[in-house]
Each structure stands twice: as C-alpha cells, then as structure tokens.
Ligand binder design. Structure first.
Ligand code: GLP
Length: 253
C-alpha cells in the first residue's frame, strides 16, 4: 500500500501511532529498527507519545538493521550511538532485549550468523521500520544483493558513502563496510513500514514505482510483501506518475 502524507511531521505522527498501538496490543512485540535522518522525527514523536501514554516498553525486543564495521558501540557515529541518542535513552527499555550488530566483532561472518539466529530464536520480526537509500538500498543491502541473502557483511556503494558523509565530521571518512540484516530477514518480517521523505528520495521512489521487482533497486522487493506500506511525504512523491497519485487518494481514504 502506498500512503502519501504532507510532510515528515505528519509521517512521524502516523508511524508513531502505529508503533504505540502495536506495543499496547503486544507488549513483547519484536521490532526491526532503522537509523538515518528519516527516522529522527519518528523516534522523537514516538518518545513523546510513549511518555504521554505511559507506554510500557520494557518487554519489547528490537533488532537494528545494520552497523558500520570498525565502529565501536560507543563511537559517536555508530548506529548503536544513534539509537541511544534518538530513542533508547529516553524510555525504560530492557537493554538486554535491544540488539544491534557488533561493528567490532572479531569474526564478522560468524557474528552475522549469530545475529540472524538470535532473531530467529526471538520468533522473527513483527514490525520492521525501513528507510531507503538514494540508490534504493534497504538496511545496507546495496543494489545487486540477492533477495534470499541473509545477514551479511557488505562493502558500501560509493553513493551510500557520499550520502552518509553528512553525518560524519569534515575530514572523517565513512566506513567502507557494514554488517546488515539481509533481504531474507527483512522480507520475513510480518509487517513492514518503509518511509521516504524529501526531494532527494523522489527519483528512486519514482523508479521503484515504475519498475518491476529487480535486484538493481533493492526496495522493489517490497512489492512482493503482503503487508508492506510505503509511506511518502509530498516531496518524496513529487516525481510519481498520475496513476500513483490516484492510488494515493484511495490509500489515504
Ligand atoms: C542508511 C541506512 C539505512 C537508511 C538509509 C537512509 O545508509 N543504512 O538503513 O534507511 O541510509 O538514510 P536517511 O534516512 O538518512 O536518508
């Protein structure tokens, strides 16, 4: 389903309400969490609503999508630090239930297997949050990744490193590789919310809409998922053709 909302703050309200309702309905829910600029207003809104409704988050489990190889959990630019900064520090989570890949793991391949197995042992993901890279990547599954690929180590695409350099200080280089949950784990999630905001995502969103499912644009695989919602703001939807906008009227009711 395609959902188009005016701006990032209305998306934050929409997604946050879904998260709150999910946790209320199933306190031991397993969430798949994402990082990136797109998620920041969503986490801020969720924290505000969770506080207001005195939501109990202590029984939920989370698995983050990815982490840079070579960055420790307390490195300020690690995704672990991002999660602390934008979400984990604000609410009473049970830290033992919050999972991220370890960017310093000695044996990275073995660590990927352990991470994927831990996720399986927790019953898989109930609700997966996703952003999308400018080249269509989800998690850090870059264009060309096989759809059945499990959690793995990936060499980051040049465009991804350029896009993400805005999060790093001048002169600091973006790591060359990362651990990412695979397309396989993402597609096994029972429900998926992919969010794209801003003009910089408009072209890849239009490509996604117009093309068949292809490994060249990883997030096209979501067309095969029975419960995936693609949530866009007007800017990210600005290059969609007219038929998509008609669908928007149906989807938005
Ligand atoms: C990063 C992350 C993705 C994220 C994407 C979009 O590289 N690995 O999980 O969805 O890029 O990021 P942003 O929201 O900052 O545009």
């Amino acid at each position: 389903m395609l959902k188009i909302l005016p701006d990032p703050s209305s998306i934050a309200e929409y997604v946050s309400a879904i998260l709150v309702a999910k946790i209320q309905a199933k306190p031991d829910v397993v969430l798949g969490l994402a990082t990136g600029g797109t998620m920041e207003p969503i986490y801020a809104q969720f924290v505000a609503e969770a506080r207001q409704s005195k939501l109990n988050v202590s029984r939920l489990t989370s698995f983050n999508l990815d982490e840079y190889v070579g960055l420790s959990a307390d490195h300020p630019k690690s995704y672990s630090a991002y999660m602390q900064e934008h979400l984990f520090r604000f609410l009473e989570f049970d830290a033992s239930r919050l999972h991220l890949p370890d960017g310093l793991a000695h044996d990275l391949a073995a660590h990927c297997k352990i991470y994927a197995n831990k996720l399986l042992a927790c019953g898989g993901i109930d609700l997966q949050l996703l952003g999308v890279g400018g080249n269509g990547h989800i998690g850090f599954n870059e264009p060309g990744t096989a759809f059945d690929c499990p959690c793995h180590v990936v060499e980051l695409a040049e465009q991804t490193r350029i896009d993400n350099s805005r999060f790093f200080a001048k002169g600091k280089t973006v790591p060359v590789s990362a651990i990412t949950m695979g397309m396989a784990e993402i597609m096994q999630a029972r429900e998926i919310l992919l969010v794209a905001t801003g003009e910089s995502k408009a072209q890849i969103v239009a490509d996604w809409y117009q093309q068949d499912v292809t490994e060249a644009i990883p997030f096209t695989v979501l067309k095969r998922h029975p419960r995936a919602r693609i949530i866009l703001d007007e800017a990210a939807a600005s290059l969609l053709p007219d038929d998509a906008l008609q669908q928007r009227m149906v989807a938005n009711g």
